[in-house]
Design a protein around this ligand. Structure first.
Ligand code: PEP
Length: 262
């Protein structure tokens, strides 16, 4: 399986011109890298313009796709001011959506119940879901493992097993997000936690389905730590925030990820 590199631009950049520049660079740098799939997740306001400029380029030549940073949970009716439906995203050529990011949990009040509704709706609409989990702090008693487990059991509650092949789990310890690479988690620990997550997925979806769900790591990924996470950490890919906006760093990260031996 190709490793998945998901670029989460968050609420950046401030204008369309810069968005186009960052996107053009990602598009160019992803081109020809056969061992990875690159997913670019810009803010909603740029998705339309970037997907138009990309038609026949981005999706055709590189193993890449667009993702959204969020989606609403329903479209049976349309009276939801400010919200975006899965159909709107799909009609723009968007394939992926990030759901349950810790910043939305913390600042927008998204709890496991809301996240569960979004996951079920997005999967049933045919989007690939990057479902984020991760603890606020890591205690010595292992309570953080229970925290992750609850996020998973509640966030994935009653998701039909047949939709699990479009599910990706991103393990993002909150304390490691948005810092310098030195503050990232260690590859050994990420490997250990990815096994734990896989066990929970197998309990939820059965085997081999649960085992096949890709696990990504996110939290201060940079040029220096990319190789460690993908080789020693043995994970299926990375969710990258601020370094995905730095074109030279992102270019190097893509190259490193593409060249990792299996
Ligand atoms: C993120 O927000 O998903 C993330 C991983 O951010 P950063 O790479 O900046 O830590």
């Amino acid at each position: 399986m190709k490793r998945l590199i998901v670029a989460n631009w968050k609420m950046n950049p401030p204008n369309k011109k810069t968005a186009k520049k960052i996107f053009d660079s990602a598009q160019k740098n992803a081109c020809g890298l056969k061992n990875i799939e690159v997913v670019v997740c810009p803010p909603f306001v740029y998705l339309g313009v970037l997907s138009l400029s990309a038609s026949g380029g981005f999706r055709a030549k590189s193993h890449s796709a667009f993702g959204a940073q969020d989606v609403f949970w329903d479209e049976k009716k349309t009276s939801y001011t400010g919200e975006i439906s899965a159909t709107m995203l799909k009609n723009l050529g968007v394939k992926y959506v990030i759901i349950g990011h810790s910043e939305r949990r913390e600042h927008l009040g998204e709890d496991n119940l809301i996240i569960n509704k979004k996951v079920k709706y997005a999967l049933s609409a045919g989007l690939k879901v990057v479902f984020c989990v991760g603890e606020k702090e890591r205690d010595d008693d292992g309570q953080y493992l229970n925290f992750i487990k609850t996020e998973m059991l509640e966030g994935l509650f009653s998701v039909p097993a047949k939709l699990a092949n479009n599910l990706i789990v991103a393990y993002e310890p909150i304390w490691a997000i948005g810092k310098s690479g030195k503050n990232a988690d260690s590859p050994e620990k990420v490997f250990e936690i990815s096994i734990y997550i896989k066990r929970i997925l197998a309990d939820i979806f059965g085997r081999p389905r649960g085992d096949q769900i890709p696990i990504l790591y996110g939290g201060s990924v940079d040029i220096e730590n990319t190789e460690g996470f993908l080789s020693e950490g043995r994970i299926s890919g990375l969710l990258i925030g601020h370094k995905s906006l730095e074109t030279e760093s992102f270019k190097e990260i893509l190259k490193i990820a593409n060249n990792i031996r299996k």
